[in-house]
Ligand binder design. Structure first.
Ligand code: GLN
Length: 502
């Protein structure tokens, strides 16, 4: 086994150490690591209200300066980062979270990046910062339920292809394509390596359904999926993942888009979130080989708040072009197993998998417990326009809401759909189901209607719900919503001009 010292002296081992002992990593460890590994720069990275990754560079020339920034963070202009902060009293502090440190894979000189939290000039956490809201939501969840909320995201994106003359793939049939039918597998693989080096836990990567080969400037769709970790880490990993994919694409002169929909009638890009509820290291989503009541209650909470959750997860007009039937995106509030037409999907249960494995590899009988530990439930509504910190906080609130509601199990039973909900013989049941909002305005109204649930226990401060609502309503007020929804044939140009999403 490597010792703490050996880990800290090897630049490539930093991530492994931090994953083992994240909370024991001190400022002294960091300084030692920086000095022993010849780190020349530090980047503070943070996310304010627009969901974008921000950067502040420091060059390390003097030990006192280094000690200083690590101890007290740095002052920044809050009014340029958060719309609700006034220029008159705008100073904020960004304080590095040591356990998030990673070696920047793109820097010219050895550089350490550290994610930061926002604090006020009085030294209090900035209540309305999404990262802080997420922490509050998770702490409250842990305290009230005794469980840990784990999650992982699926990053779906389009990347612009150059014309593939030799091996054009088939339009909208890109799922799990291999090179050379897909042009950007290398970039995806490189991204996976770099994300892992920066601390991301990845499950797999593959090419997705949506590829447009009929256009001169075709697009290919890809996906990178993570492994469940604590909610805060899951979000940090998605943030870094998006940044790495975009950086690699920029290096190739290729455009990456997280836009929810780039052509109507073709596959959109989602940001599905899988969730898992854990206690003492045990996944509580499975009980006696079946989906547990705990998981069903969590699912009910998410269904009950599905409308308001779109306010955090589907934040731009094109988000609502994605939520249409027959495109593997949800439109109605219901849940099911293995079913991609529903709002919450319970992926393939692994009950019985032990026999399956034994029959393929006779000498490797599988332990069924290994499979039940993987069980998650997946919220399929969000897309790349999500402010992922607020969205995750919202999901935690919704999960807790479901565990506390009296009628959760009844609701789960009533809203269970075991078939394709768009099949003709399901019509009557379909008509009885609640629909998701169809534009930003409606999602803002849904959030306003349920704001009390999100504001409960002080998780979302009042001003932050208002800021989310204001942003959503702006699209109607400035006419962008009408321009997009009234010109769906031109959506590509409009999307190109305005929105490629965080
Ligand atoms: N395989 C899938 O689940 C595809 C999802 C789909 N691209 C979406 O918009 O959500």
């Amino acid at each position: 086994m490597m010792t703490r010292d050996e880990y800290l002296m090897d630049p490539n081992k930093l991530v492994q150490y931090l994953q083992k002992m994240p909370n024991e990593f001190t400022k002294e460890d960091l300084i030692r690591y920086i000095e022993e590994n010849g780190i020349q720069m530090i980047n503070f990275r943070y996310v304010a209200n627009d969901g974008k990754l921000k950067t502040l560079n420091f060059i390390i020339t003097d030990r006192n300066h280094l000690d200083n920034i690590l101890s007290t963070g740095e002052r920044v202009d809050g009014s340029s980062l958060f719309p609700f902060i006034e220029a008159g009293s705008s100073d904020l502090y960004v304080i590095p979270r040591f356990k998030t440190a990673f070696l920047n894979p793109f820097s010219e000189v050895p550089t350490l990046d550290i994610l930061c939290s926002f604090y006020t000039a009085q030294g209090e956490p900035l209540e309305s910062a999404p990262e802080h809201i997420l922490k509050k939501a998770h702490n409250c969840f842990k305290e009230k339920t005794g469980m840990t909320f784990k999650a992982m995201g699926e990053l779906e994106y389009y990347i612009k292809s150059t014309k593939a003359e030799l091996y054009p793939g088939e339009d909208q049939k890109g799922y799990h394509d291999s090179q050379p039918f897909t042009q950007w597998e290398n970039l995806r693989r490189e991204a996976m390596v770099l994300i892992a080096q920066c601390g991301g836990k990845i499950k797999y990567g593959h090419s997705e359904v949506g590829n447009f080969i009929l256009r001169e400037d075709g697009y290919e769709q890809h996906e990178i999926e993570f492994i469940p970790v604590e909610a805060e880490d899951a979000v940090d990993q998605l943030l870094i993942g998006k940044w790495i994919v975009r950086m690699l694409a920029a290096r190739e002169g290729a455009l990456v888009s997280w836009a929810p929909k780039i052509t109507v009638g073709k596959a959109g890009s989602g940001l599905h979130i899988h969730m898992m509820l854990e206690k003492d290291g045990q996944n509580l989503c499975v009980e006696n080989g079946k989906l547990s009541d705990t998981a069903k209650k969590g699912i009910a909470g998410i269904m009950d708040l599905a409308g308001p959750l779109t306010a955090f997860g589907n934040t731009i007009p094109t988000s609502y072009l994605r939520l249409v039937p027959h495109q593997e995106a949800p439109t109605y509030v219901c849940w099911g197993d293995r079913n991609r037409s529903v709002l919450v999907r319970v992926p393939l249960g692994w009950v019985g998998a032990s026999d399956m494995i034994k029959s393929v590899n006779p000498c490797e009988p599988a332990d069924p417990r290994d499979f039940s530990s993987k069980q998650t439930f997946e919220f399929r509504v969000p897309d790349g326009s999500a402010d992922i910190y607020s969205l995750m906080a919202g999901l935690i609130v919704a999960g807790q809401h479901g565990l506390e509601m009296d009628n959760s199990l009844q609701m789960a039973e009533d809203l269970y759909a075991d078939v394709d909900i768009f099949a003709p013989d399901y019509k009557e049941k379909l008509d009885a189901l609640k629909q998701l909002p169809t534009c930003c305005w409606e999602s803002a109204d849904c959030l306003l209607e349920k704001r009390e649930v999100f504001e409960r226990n002080g998780v979302f401060p009042k001003g932050s719900v208002d800021a989310v609502v204001k942003n959503l309503k702006l699209y109607e007020d400035n006419g962008l919503n009408d321009r997009i929804l009234g010109n769906v044939d031109k959506i590509m140009e409009i999307v190109d001009t305005y929105i490629h999403c965080m």
